[in-house]
Structure formats: structure tokens, C-alpha cells
Design a protein around this ligand. Structure first.
Ligand SMILES: O=C(O)c1cccc(C(=O)CC[C@H]2O[C@@H](n3cnc4c(=O)[nH]cnc43)[C@H](O)[C@@H]2O)c1
Length: 233
């Protein structure tokens, strides 16, 4: 049976993924893992905390168990290609704000020779997830600081024109999965537009409902996994 690890940031996202399934609760290194059986196989869902470091550490701990596929999942900010209430699947996960900022410019980690910013994901898997859930395909940025202005949103889109969403954990889950040579996917539901901070425009409940629907569709039947390898660029 295919074993799938799904890493969210907070418990509300975990519960949205598990929603309606009978889950057994176990522990690994103090982390609660909610296990359920789906048409795609066994899922283990955990809430790792907000941000890429927490996500990477928790994923690394959970990967002491054996898995065939790892997801980063949850809510996200949407660029214009992914409006509030829609869902997005990553064709690439992008480490968008690790680098150096001077008064003149931002230099990415790739420009500084620290390693790749953009990690392309398995096309066959991405297409299956989009076909099943209706999620929009594009790059999903991982940021440490939530974008709070139109200027910063425009700057990110200029650097990453294929971006559909930003969130805070994808790269952390990806790096842990890649270290274990496991396929990775990121699936997000859009709760707010990327841009000026306005909590009144947040649609958290709608996004969690969309997350449940997306995972219901994605997990209804077995997924075809090409290999255990993960491609990078
Ligand atoms: O207080 C705020 O203004 C605020 C704005 C955006 C996000 C938050 C969070 O607490 C979100 C943390 C959580 O949700 C994901 N997320 C959702 N929307 C965004 C976003 O626009 N940019 C980045 N991350 C977002 C994220 O993955 C975190 O896990 C508060």
C-alpha cells in the first residue's frame, strides 16, 4: 500500500485534510500523527508548526517511518493567477527570500552561489493532482516573511512570473523529502491575496473547505508515482 506523509503548519489545516476520515492518532518525537486509509493509500498527517525550519525538522523526524510520497499542504496567499478560494499545486517549489538585501537590490541564494532557488517537481504527479482537484499549476514560493505590500508582491512576481501562491513551509518539507529521495508535492488552498495586509479579506474557512475538497479528490484513487527520485534545477 502506498504510504503518504502530509505536512501542514497548523492543526486546523491538518484537520481539514483528515476531515471525515476515521483517523488513528500516534506520536513520533512528540509530534501527533493522524493516520487514515484512503483510496490512494495510507495517509499520515501532521501539523509541524509555521515556517520552513519547523516544517523541515518535523518532516525529517516523521521520515523515520517509511513513505512513498510527501506533501506540503495548507492555506496560502494567492497571486492573481490563483484567486481566494481556489487551489494551487506546485510545478516548482521556490526558496524566494533567502539571500542578501542591500539598499540597491535583493540577491537570491542562487545568485550568491549558495544553491538552487527553484526545485522543479515531477510533472506526471503535478498533472494528476491538478486533474483530480482542479488546482491551478504554477510555482509556489516559500517566504519567511508574509508579503504585506503591493510593492513586494510585484517584486516577487517580477522575479518569479510563474508564481501562483506564497506560503511559508514548502521548501522545508521539500528539502527533507529530497534528502530521503522521496517524491514531493505541494498543494495549497488560497485564503488571501498576496499583497497589502488586510485580515478582513481573509477567507480562512473557505480555504480550509477547499483544502478538504482538494484532498478528497486527490486521495480518492491510487496515484501513479514515477520514481522515488526528485528532480532539481
Ligand atoms: O497576520 C497576518 O497578516 C497574516 C498574514 C498572512 C498569513 C498569516 C498567517 O498566520 C499564516 C501562516 C500560515 O498560513 C500560510 N499562509 C497563508 N497566507 C499566506 C500568505 O499570504 N503568505 C505566506 N503564507 C501564508 C503559511 O504557510 C503559514 O503556515 C498571518
Amino acid at each position: 500500500m502506498t504510504r503518504i506523509l502530509i505536512v501542514t503548519a497548523v492543526a486546523a489545516e491538518r484537520d481539514a485534510v483528515v476531515d471525515g476520515r476515521q483517523a488513528a492518532i500516534g506520536m513520533i518525537d512528540g509530534l501527533e500523527i493522524h493516520r487514515a486509509i484512503t483510496g490512494a493509500g495510507m495517509i499520515d498527517v501532521l501539523a509541524a508548526g509555521v515556517g520552513a525550519p519547523a516544517a523541515a525538522v518535523a518532516t525529517g523526524c516523521a521520515l523515520r517511518n517509511d513513505y512513498d510520497l510527501v506533501f506540503s499542504a495548507g492555506i496560502a496567499g494567492g497571486f492573481p493567477a490563483a484567486p481566494v478560494g481556489s487551489t494551487a499545486v506546485a510545478e516548482a517549489v521556490v526558496h524566494a527570500d533567502l539571500g542578501v538585501r542591500t539598499p540597491a537590490a535583493f540577491q537570491s541564494m542562487a545568485e550568491l552561489g549558495w544553491g538552487p532557488v527553484r526545485h522543479r517537481l515531477d510533472t506526471l504527479l503535478v498533472e494528476q493532482l491538478s486533474d483530480r482537484s482542479g488546482a491551478r499549476i504554477g510555482e509556489i514560493l516559500t517566504v519567511s516573511t508574509v508579503t504585506g505590500s503591493a510593492e513586494r508582491a510585484a517584486e516577487l512576481l517580477t522575479s518569479h512570473p510563474a508564481a501562483v501562491a506564497e506560503a511559508m513551509e514548502g521548501i522545508g518539507v521539500y528539502l527533507a523529502a529530497a534528502r530521503a529521495e522521496l517524491p514531493f508535492a505541494e498543494l495549497r488552498a488560497i485564503s488571501n491575496p498576496v499583497g497589502p495586509r488586510d485580515r478582513d479579506r481573509w477567507r480562512m474557512a473557505d480555504a480550509l473547505t477547499a483544502l478538504t475538497a482538494a484532498f478528497d479528490a486527490v486521495l480518492a484513487a491510487p496515484l501513479v508515482l514515477q520514481s522515488r527520485g526528485v528532480t532539481q534545477s
